[in-house]
Write a protein that binds this ligand. Structure first.
Ligand code: DHB
Ligand code: FE
Length: 279
């Protein structure tokens, strides 16, 4: 059977992608942030995953107000970086895994999670920035990637509990795949941030640390936290963090925290990274 060999929680601050793409990651502004990444990058290099399932959100790039699916699984052979207004990021095309992705679609839907299936879907910073964080700037991404997009842009997003349960169904789906793939699951977005309105610029790193603690040790409890607490404590875009619960649901009940960091000054967002092993 395919095997989940690890989990990653990772923010998707667009400026991180821009710093890399424009050759600025070594300068005095950016180096302190990029210096936080090697432990996570070394971990994933050692894990040698064949496939990463990246749970992420689209920001009105592939979708729009015309079409707002709650959960979308990308089953295509490849996904192009989206043009978010300044041309597509100059990063490799994302190679999919149609066989595993279709297995996931079948397993999840028959397990009563009604996924939308995407045969074509450009992927925006929500997916490509976490790949850059974990893999740097390779010629080609070193693994196949299955995008799992979650609506957290138009209210109502799915509850944390629904996301956690989807993670558990994702685990059952991976466990029942006859291949020998090594799989890392990414939960992305967050941490605390609010990009508009009176509270624009809100950061609450104390709450973010507590979220990470709960994600590791009390995920079922964290899954009960209502949207309104994310909004109040972590800002309107902080609700992206429900996606980390999908990753956590796919891991063992007991996990080991391998690495974490929270680094604020890459934008107005508390930029978090956590790496988990199954215990
Ligand atoms: C930023 C964060 C986001 O999650 C996003 O989608 C866009 C921008 C930011 O930190 O600037
Ligand atoms: Fe975002």
């Amino acid at each position: 059977m395919a095997e989940i060999v690890g989990g990653v929680g990772c923010s998707h601050v667009p400026a991180v992608g821009a710093a890399l793409d424009n050759g600025k990651s070594g300068n005095e502004v950016w180096k302190p942030y990029f210096d936080t990444l090697p432990p996570a990058r070394e971990w994933i290099e050692e894990k040698k995953p064949d496939v990463c399932i990246v749970v992420y959100n689209d920001h009105a790039s592939a979708f729009s107000m015309q079409l707002i699916p709650t959960f979308t699984l990308g089953v295509a052979p490849e996904f192009q970086p989206a043009d978010e207004g300044f041309g597509p990021r100059k990063v490799p095309t994302v190679e999919g895994d149609p066989d595993l992705a279709w297995h996931l679609a079948e397993s999840l839907i028959l397990d009563e999670f009604d996924m939308t299936i995407a045969n074509e879907m450009d992927v925006d910073h929500g997916l490509t920035v976490p790949l850059s964080v974990m893999f740097g700037q390779p010629e080609n991404w070193p693994t196949k990637v299955i995008p799992l997009a979650v609506n957290v842009v138009q209210f109502p997003p799915p509850t944390g509990h629904r996301c956690y349960m989807l993670g558990k169904a994702l685990r059952r789906a991976i466990d029942s795949y006859p291949g020998a793939e090594r799989v890392v699951v990414f939960g992305t977005g967050g941490m605390s941030h609010q990009l508009q309105g009176e509270r624009a610029g809100l950061v609450n790193s104390e709450w973010d640390s507590q979220f990470m603690d709960n994600l590791v040790n009390n995920p079922a409890e964290q899954a009960q936290v209502p949207h309104v607490e994310y909004l109040r404590e972590a800002g309107t875009e902080g609700v992206e963090l429900v996606m980390w619960l999908i990753m956590r649901g796919a891991m063992n009940d007991s996990v080991e925290e391998v690495y974490r960091s929270i680094y604020v000054p890459t934008s107005n967002t508390s930029n978090g990274l956590i790496v988990l092993d199954n215990a």
